[in-house]
Design a binder for this molecule. Sequence first.
Ligand code: DC
Length: 220
Amino acid sequence: MIIAIDGPAASGKSTLARALAARLELTFLDTGAMYRAVTLAALQRGLAPSDEGACTALAVGLALGFDAEGRVLIEGEAGEPAIRGAEVTAHVSEVAAHSGVRRALVGAQRTVAAEAVAAGGGVVAEGRDTTSVVFPAADLKIFLLASPAVRAMRRAQEEGRPELTSAYEADLARRDAHDSQRSDSPLLEVEDAVRVDTDTLSAEAVLDHVATLAAVRRPV
Ligand code: DC
């Protein structure tokens, strides 16, 4: 079974996808972590995030994998927590806008899913284009929404820094604009996705709701 979850930055996609994968015994596929991994590797090698050719060559040659918990491995080494650092976060939208980088990573994502399905399982994939580009024939597509104010508040609370709420809101608005306005695979709400607005729902309520939808859609 393939479940694809898209939505803007900090809408709760990772929390939902990870928990849903655990509940349904599917593989969690964090596609954003792959874009972050390429960005981290580019910065470590002194490549300019704006250099499409160099970033593409890097993405094509970089060995990305996942550990048993779905955390990205870069050339066999743990990508966490470095891929969540401020410098990577500041540059990842730019790297993710390069078509060559996207082609390389979409291919890798489809391979992960095909292997999981062949083994009798499946994936819960989350990102910006998993419902529209990577898995257009997914069994279930979810578009997760939350208002910018709520997303910023959740992120600031998670980090114990409530004073940063308005700075986070500005940063999220910048990333939303970049992810939605790029020409290749912009963040898009596809027609056959189920829209789930999480502003007034707890993480558990969202999980229960989507797990119920998945039970109905599961192929027999
Ligand atoms: O979900 P995240 O914050 O880890 O994503 C990091 C960046 O990667 C974000 O700018 C959007 C981009 N991304 C993308 O372009 N396509 C995906 N499928 C996943 C993430």
